[in-house]
Design a protein around this ligand. Sequence first.
Ligand SMILES: [Zn+2]
Ligand SMILES: [Zn+2]
Length: 194
Amino acid sequence: MGTSTYEDAVRFHGHSCPGLAIGYRMTTAAFAMLGAARAGDEELVAIVENDACGVDAVQVVAGCSFGKGNLVFHDYGKQVYTFFSRKTGRGVRVIGHRRGMPEGLRDDREARIRWILGAPEAEVVSCREVTIDEPPTARLYRSALCVGCGEPVMETRLQTVGGRLLCIPCAEEQENRGTRHRRVESEEREDPRT
Ligand SMILES: [Zn+2]
Ligand SMILES: [Zn+2]
């Protein structure tokens, strides 16, 4: 399969920006180290540690997406991705640091994008091989109906509240209502007039 270009990522993302450019450099650098091709299926997994613009480059270039279940998001706010190949068992952790960026580019967005895309790899990203536990494969679960709202829910996400199987929003609503009731009861008990 042909490698996606930065322009392909821009088309998907909707605009060109420094974040997308760094995501593109991180993904292509990790790919070169892994010797990977775009993930047609689930054999390649991306674990991303932020949900910013660059992740769209991961989806286009690496073919890892939420829908396929091979894009794992950790909300760490770090410019770090880890790619794992199920085929070879190898993992690469890539950090986007832009260490070599010249000072003068800070206020010039377009120049920054051009620099990120063209700079020598070591000035933009660093990659190293890592050993990680193989992420679990996406599994298909059956769904059942929530007795609160009647909408279909993945079985493993149903909660039991007061003996009723509820989806998470309905369960939270019921629990909040329960807390309110308890608060009213205890206030009544503590009321000196009673
Ligand atoms: Zn963007
Ligand atoms: Zn519900």
